[in-house]
Write a new protein. Structure first.
Lengths: 85, 380
């Protein structure tokens, strides 16, 4: 189940790691490396953006179209892993 | 002619484990701390710890664990948490809970502590208090409530062995009641005090299979409400664990006196001069020291590891276990069925069970200063 306005769970902390050159998601005694697109989606999971709004922003920012399926797929996986609050 | 080999670049450390002290109010029979810990009293100062944290963070370490011994025995713990938080670490406190009062837990929150891992020895007062040789069960229950009251994510850690494996259902119920996010069921690893007490602690295969079935049934029922980690006891396996995800790969442990270790138990290995942060920079230790390069990569491996297709998956297992069971840390971990010493592991399990059946095992040796000094002086 993807929430209408997804929000990163308060149990996870996202931050930029200069030594790795990527964003990471931190949780008790663990870490997930995020690739560029995963990080761009998660940055917009602030509880304010609806899923279509996230897609619109990404398509505008990266001057492309047809991202809805990719965003849905990622949010579905993120939700299963408990990353969305 | 052999193909030319290209050394792969050394990745930066990700995990900094700060073992702030070996002092501990508990006396757990399975503790992985060195059995001669009582001889090591020279702890790093506050500023030495902060400098070590700063250097490790600059290299790329992002997870910071405060452990021990009991880290709450350091009265600068809050200051160290604050420093770690400001450096950008995700900060973890790994504790028995003894000394975790409400004023301290509130101060830690203010200083930016992210998570608390609380250990229990069992779901029953009797067994918890027996195995830790203390009366701490009720205190731990109060601490668990405090942790949730202050809204920390929490890992409940219980070390498993033959005395509590049959209580796994009640341990899971306790975790559900506490509202923890994670339950770590860690079967005893036989290092340090755990190795001393191996014959006492060794479970039967039937106990393990029953416990694993209980865990799987709960996972089905409770879903993600509590994520249960079940760390398999490797003496019963056919392949070794990928210990530390490889030597010098992600983990940097710092002992109370500043000795840098590629794994918690590495001090048990003879003939390796583990460098201290008092003498060398963390960068030199991680990238250039003989100790951290000793078993890095696969050039050190012998048969059967050197040609094994799984050598980059399990890295030949655990060096400390290879040393403890074969006398040479460069051998394959004998937990592996491909090791010529594998039969010895099975013999140890069987001997433990025979001794338990005859009630002939030695009494449990609790982790006390007196026992540590006795063993450190060459006693048994």
């Amino acid at each position: 189940m993807i929430p209408a306005k997804p929000q990163l769970s308060r149990r996870f902390q996202m931050q930029w790691e200069p030594a790795q050159g990527n964003y990471v998601l931190l949780y008790p005694e663990g870490m997930v490396k995020l690739n560029g697109s995963a990080a761009e989606i998660l940055k917009r999971c602030d509880g304010q953006h609806s899923v279509p709004a996230i897609v619109d922003e990404l398509e505008a920012a990266f001057n492309t179209g047809g991202l809805r399926a990719d965003v849905d797929g990622f949010l579905h996986a993120a939700s299963e892993r408990g990353w969305l609050g | 002619m052999d193909a030319p080999t290209i050394a792969s670049p050394i990745a930066s450390p990700l995990w900094l484990l700060a073992e702030l002290t070996y002092r501990c109010p508990l006396h757990c029979a399975f503790c992985y701390n060195p059995v001669d810990y009582a001889n090591q009293r020279d702890e790093l100062t506050t500023s030495e710890w902060i400098d070590t944290m700063r250097q490790a963070r600059a290299l790329g370490a992002v997870q910071l664990g405060f452990s021990g011994g009991e880290p709450l025995l350091r009265d600068d713990l809050e200051e160290l948490i604050g420093a770690g938080h400001r450096l950008g670490f995700y900060t973890n406190l790994i504790t028995s809970g003894i000394g975790l009062t409400e004023p301290r837990i509130a101060r830690m929150k203010e200083h930016g502590l992210n998570h608390i891992q609380l250990s229990f020895q069992d779901s029953t007062r009797e067994m918890n208090d027996f195995l830790s040789s203390t009366r701490t069960f009720d205190l731990k229950l109060r601490v668990a409530r405090l942790i949730k009251q202050y809204d920390y994510p929490m890992v409940l850690n219980v070390v498993l062995h033959r005395y509590n494996l049959d209580h796994v259902d009640r341990i899971i119920e306790m975790a559900l009641e506490m509202g923890v996010e994670y339950l770590e069921l860690a079967n005893t690893q036989y290092y340090g005090w755990g190795l001393v007490n191996r014959a006492q602690l060794m479970p039967t295969r039937e106990q393990l299979l029953r416990a694993e079935a209980v865990v799987n049934a709960y996972r089905q029922r409770i879903g993600n409400r509590v994520r249960i980690l079940f760390v398999v006891p490797d003496y019963f396996e056919e392949r070794p664990k990928a210990c530390m995800n490889g030597w010098g790969s992600v983990f940097l442990g710092i002992a109370p006196d500043g000795t840098a270790l590629p794994c918690h138990a590495a001090r048990s290995l003879p003939g390796i001069a583990f460098p201290s942060v008092r003498d060398f920079s963390v960068k030199d230790i991680w990238y250039a020291s003989g100790a951290f390069n000793r078993y890095r990569g696969d050039a050190w491996m012998r048969s059967p590891c050197s040609t094994c297709p799984e050598r980059h998956k399990d890295f030949g297992g655990c060096r400390c276990q290879a040393y403890a069971l074969t006398g040479d840390a460069a051998n394959a971990d004998p937990v592996c069925a491909k090791s010529p010493h594998h039969a010895d592991v099975q013999a140890i399990v069987m001997a433990a069970h025979r001794a338990q059946g005859r009630q002939a095992v030695q009494p449990i040796v609790f982790r006390t200063d007196a026992n540590s000094r006795r063993i450190g002086a060459g006693g048994t």
